[in-house]
Design a protein around this ligand. Structure first.
Ligand code: ADP
Ligand code: ZN
Ligand code: ZN
Length: 767
C-alpha cells in the first residue's frame, strides 16, 4: 500500500509474445519501444520484424520481463489496434481450432481475420518521432479500453471542403493530425480519442474538428444501429410440427443443439424465421450458415422481407473491403442477421444469440485445404462457448448429426409433411440391363421426358461430369489421350474445342488424330453434360435446353441469370452437375433423372452411399409443387442393390438409419474419429519412406487403428503422387493427443521439409 508507484510503472509491460503466420508452433518475443510500453493488449495486431520482412502478428501475452537478454530481443515496429482485433472469445476460439485441427496458431488467426487487417503497409507520412507531440501525456489515462461501449473515435470526413483544407495548411499541428488520421485509416486502424490525445493536444484536436475535417464517432456495442431498422413482418401460421419445433427451440436461451430433420419443403426456413424473431427482439445477433451455392438473393430476401434491413451477407465473392465492412458490422453489432458461407463462422459477432446451420449435411462446410475445419463442428464449439442455442437443419442429416440426435445429445425435431399442400416427390429405379443408351440416357427415359415436356413441364438431368466425354481413345492403337503430369485421361470439351485435365486444369486444343500413332480413328468414351445437351437439342428441337455446370456459369451473376431464366420457363430441359441439386427451387420440374448412379455404388469412399442418398433426396426436393408432383428416376445396372432399393422404397430417413447401423458395425465414423495424413511428392519412394515412418509412429499407440498408405482418389496431380493414411480411435481426445505426438516426430524426419504433408482431422473425403 505504502509502496505507491506511478501508473506508468505499474503497467510497464515491456515485452510481448506474438504469433505470426508461419507454419511453426511458436510464439515470438519482442520488446516495446517506450511509446508503446503499457499500450500492448492481448489480441491486438502488431507489426514486427521477422527476418528481413515486416509481418503482422497477434499479441498473445504481455509481460514486464523476459527470459532472454533484452539486447537480443527486437523491438516491435507498430501496434495497430487500440482495441483487440481478436477479443478474448476469438482468441480462445483460435486456440481451440489450432489444438483440435493441429494447425499452427498464427496461421489459424490468418484464416479468422479479414485480409485487409493482415496486410502490412508502410505508412509513408507517419513517422513516430515527428508525430508524437511533446504535450504532456496524462499518465493516468489509458491508451485503450476493454469496454467498447466507452470508446470514441476520430475519423476524417469523406468529402472535405477545399476551403477547410486551405485553412488547414496554416496550422502545422492540425495538418500533422489530419495526415496522421488519414494514414491510420489507410491501415484500417482505429483512432480512439485517447490514442490521439497521446500525440496531440486537445486544442489541436478541437481545431481540426471545428474545421469540419474530422468528426468524433461513438461505437457502442450495446446500442446497435440495426435495432431501429428491425421490423417484424407477418409470420406464417405454423403447422403442428413446425409449432412443436419452434416451441422446443425457444424453450432455452442456453447452449443446446437441435437437429431439425425436415423433408424438403417442410418449412424449415419458416421455423428459422420464427425462432430468430425471439432472438432479434432480445436485441441479439443471429449467425446463419448456408452452403456455398445456397446463398442466393432469394435466400437473403426471405430474411429481409421478414425483418427489414438488418441482414448482412458474407461469401467468397466479396471484395476485401466488403469483407472488412461485414466483419466490423459483426464486431460492433451493426447488423442483426449474418448469413454466410463456411468462413462466416469466424465472424466476431459481439452479441451472438443463436447460430443456425442450414443444410448441415452439405460438404461445402468442410474446408479442404490449409485449416481443414468443418464449420458445423466449429459452430458447436462457438455455441457452447457463448452459451447460445445451435440449430442444425436439413432434409438429409449427416450420419454424424443423426447419430448425436438418436443418442439424445441433440434435440431431435422432425418435420415429416410438406408445408402448404405440395406433394412429396416419388422415387423410381430404371433397370439399365440390356438397354442401349443414347448419350447415357435410356429410351424409356427419353419417352418420359417427351411426355412431361409436352405437358408444359420442365425436366432436370443430373450427371456429375462436365465436358463432352471423360476420355478420348484411339481405336487403332488403344492409346488414351492423357495429361502426363497427372496420369489422368483428358476430358473432351466441344464448347471450347479442347482437351482438359480436370485435375490440374491443363488443356490442349482438340485434334482428331491420335497422339501416339497418328490414326484419325479416335472415339470418345463416357458421357458428360455437353454430350447430353447435344442429344437433347437434337431429340427435342422444340424445347430449349440449358446446361448448368461450372463451365457454363463462369462470370458474375451468371448462375443467377440462368436460374431466373429457368424459373421464368425460358428453358425446359435443364442439364447440370451438383450445382443444380442444391438450394434452388424449380416448381415446374416434374421429372428429375440421375444418369450414373452406379459410380456412387462402386466408390471406395465409405461416405459415397450417404452422398448419393443426399443427392437423390435433395434433387427430388428441387422438383414439383402442389399441382405438379415431382418424380425422380435413377438409372442403374444394379437394380438388386439392397441400398438403393431401400432408399427408393423407404426414403432417406429410413435409409440413413440403416446406413448408420452399417457404419457403427464397421467401426467407422461417427462411432470412431479419424485423422488422415495426406502426403504429396514427386518421388514415390521418398513419399512412401515418409509414410512408413508415420506408420511406425502410429504403431506405438495401442488404441490407434490405422490403414494406409493408400493412393488418394486423385493419385497423381501435377507430377506429384498423392497418398493418404487414416488413423482412428473411438476417443477423440486420445486420437488428438496421439496425433500431436506423432506430428512432433514427423516434423523431425529428414523428409519432412521435402515432401508436402498435411493433417486432416475428421476427413470427409479421400481424393
Ligand atoms: P424448407 O426450408 O424446409 O425446404 P421452406 O421453409 O422453404 O421449406 O417452405 C416451403 C414452402 O412452404 C415455402 O413456400 C414456404 O413459404 C411455405 N410454408 C412454410 N411454412 C408454411 C406454413 N406454416 N404455412 C403455409 N406455407 C408455409
Ligand atoms: Zn493411336
Ligand atoms: Zn493434369
Amino acid at each position: 500500500m505504502g509502496n505507491k508507484q506511478s501508473p506508468t510503472l505499474d503497467n510497464n509491460l515491456a515485452f510481448i509474445k506474438v504469433v505470426i503466420s508461419v507454419p511453426l508452433e511458436k510464439e515470438f518475443e519482442y520488446s516495446l519501444p517506450s511509446i508503446y510500453v503499457s499500450k500492448a493488449i492481448k489480441g491486438a495486431r502488431v507489426v514486427v520484424p521477422f527476418g528481413r520482412k515486416k509481418v503482422m502478428g497477434i499479441i498473445l501475452s504481455c509481460s514486464d520481463s523476459s527470459e532472454f537478454e533484452s539486447s537480443k530481443i527486437k523491438p516491435i515496429i507498430q501496434i495497430c489496434d487500440a482495441l483487440p482485433s481478436l477479443d478474448k472469445r476469438m482468441l480462445s476460439l483460435g486456440k481451440w481450432l489450432s489444438d483440435f485441427y493441429l494447425y499452427p496458431l498464427g496461421e489459424v488467426f490468418t484464416c479468422m481475420l479479414p485480409n485487409k487487417l493482415l496486410k502490412v503497409k508502410s505508412p509513408a507520412n507517419v513517422s513516430q518521432s515527428s508525430s508524437v507531440s511533446s504535450e504532456k501525456i496524462n499518465e493516468s489515462e489509458l491508451y485503450f479500453s476493454n469496454e467498447m461501449d466507452t470508446l470514441t473515435y476520430i475519423q476524417t470526413v469523406s468529402n472535405p471542403s477545399a476551403d477547410s483544407l486551405i485553412k488547414l495548411s496554416r496550422s502545422k499541428k492540425q495538418k500533422d493530425l489530419y495526415q496522421y488520421l488519414i494514414a491510420k485509416q489507410e491501415l484500417e486502424e482505429v483512432c480512439s480519442v485517447t490514442d490521439i490525445k497521446q500525440h496531440f493536444s486537445m486544442p489541436v484536436i478541437k481545431g481540426l474538428l471545428d474545421k469540419k475535417l474530422a468528426y468524433v464517432e461513438e461505437l457502442k456495442a450495446t446500442h446497435s444501429k440495426w435495432t431501429s431498422n428491425l421490423c417484424i413482418g407477418q409470420k406464417k401460421r405454423a403447422n403442428t410440427e413446425q409449432a412443436i419445433a419452434i416451441a422446443s427451440i425457444n424453450q432455452s436461451n442456453n447452449f443446446e443443439v437441435s437437429l431439425i430433420e425436415g423433408v424438403t419443403g417442410s418449412g424449415k426456413t419458416e421455423v428459422y424465421l420464427q425462432v430468430i424473431e425471439q432472438i432479434l427482439m432480445a436485441k441479439k445477433q443471429v449467425l446463419i450458415l448456408v452452403p456455398e451455392i445456397g446463398l442466393t438473393p432469394q435466400t437473403v430476401k426471405r430474411f429481409e422481407d421478414r425483418f427489414g434491413k438488418v441482414v448482412s451477407v458474407w461469401h467468397s465473392g466479396l471484395s476485401d473491403t466488403d469483407r472488412l465492412t461485414v466483419w466490423k458490422e459483426a464486431k460492433y453489432d451493426q447488423a442483426g442477421i449474418f448469413i454466410g458461407t463456411r468462413s462466416s463462422i469466424f465472424l466476431p459477432l459481439s452479441n451472438l444469440g443463436m447460430i443456425i446451420v442450414d443444410e448441415e449435411h452439405d460438404e461445402s462446410f468442410k474446408q479442404q485445404d490449409s485449416l481443414r475445419y468443418h464449420a458445423r463442428d466449429v459452430a458447436i464449439f462457438r455455441a457452447k462457448q457463448e452459451n447460445v442455442p445451435l440449430v442444425l437443419g436439413t432434409a438429409t442429416p449427416s450420419l454424424e448429426s443423426l447419430y448425436n440426435a438418436l443418442n439424445r445429445k441433440y434435440k431431435h425435431l422432425t418435420l415429416n409433411i410438406r408445408a402448404g399442400s405440395a406433394a412429396m416427390p416419388t422415387q423410381h429405379l430404371l433397370d439399365l440391363r440390356g438397354v442401349k443408351l443414347s448419350a447415357g440416357i435410356a429410351p424409356a427415359m427419353l419417352q418420359r421426358m417427351q411426355q412431361q415436356l409436352d405437358r408444359g413441364n420442365q425436366v432436370l438431368i443430373f450427371v456429375n461430369r462436365r465436358g463432352y466425354a471423360p476420355a478420348l481413345i484411339c481405336n487403332s492403337c488403344g492409346n488414351v489421350e492423357s495429361c502426363i503430369d497427372c496420369d489422368n485421361p483428358f476430358t473432351v470439351h466441344l464448347s471450347s474445342n479442347n482437351l482438359q485435365c480436370h485435375r490440374c486444369g491443363k488443356y490442349e486444343s482438340f485434334k482428331p488424330n491420335c497422339h501416339s500413332c497418328g490414326s484419325n480413328n479416335v472415339t470418345t468414351q463416357g458421357v458428360g453434360t455437353e454430350q447430353i445437351q447435344h442429344l437433347c437439342e437434337s431429340t427435342f428441337p422444340n424445347y430449349s435446353t440449358i446446361r448448368i455446370d461450372s463451365d457454363a456459369i463462369k462470370g458474375k451473376n451468371k448462375l443467377q441469370t440462368l436460374l431466373n431464366e429457368i424459373n421464368s420457363n425460358q428453358h425446359q430441359i435443364l442439364i447440370g452437375t451438383q450445382i443444380l441439386s442444391k438450394g434452388h427451387h424449380f416448381p415446374n420440374v416434374t421429372l428429375a433423372m440421375i444418369l450414373n448412379v452406379d459410380s456412387f455404388l462402386f466408390s471406395s469412399d465409405y461416405r459415397a452411399p450417404e452422398k448419393l442418398a443426399q443427392l437423390v433426396t435433395q434433387l427430388g426436393g428441387r422438383a414439383g409443387r402442389a399441382d405438379k408432383a415431382g418424380e425422380v428416376w435413377l438409372q442403374t445396372h444394379q437394380i438388386g442393390n439392397a441400398l438403393i432399393q431401400d432408399l427408393v422404397n423407404n426414403g432417406y430417413a429410413h435409409f440413413a438409419r440403416l446406413l448408420l447401423e452399417e457404419r457403427l458395425a464397421a467401426n467407422l465414423p461417427p462411432k470412431t474419429y479419424q485423422i488422415a495424413l495426406r502426403v504429396e511428392h514427386e518421388i514415390q519412394n521418398e513419399l512412401l519412406t515418409f509414410m512408413q515412418f508415420a506408420n511406425s509412429l502410429f504403431m506405438q499407440f495401442k488404441q490407434l487403428e490405422f490403414v494406409g498408405p493408400f493412393p488418394a482418389g486423385i493419385e497423381k496431380k501435377q507430377n506429384r503422387y498423392r497418398f493418404i493414411s487414416v488413423t482412428q480411435s473411438t476417443s477423440s481426445p486420445y486420437l488428438n493427443k496421439a496425433f500431436k505426438q506423432i506430428k512432433n516426430e514427423l516434423i523431425k524426419h529428414k523428409l519432412a521439409s521435402k515432401v508436402r504433408w498435411s493433417i486432416d482431422v475428421m476427413p470427409t473425403e479421400f481424393s
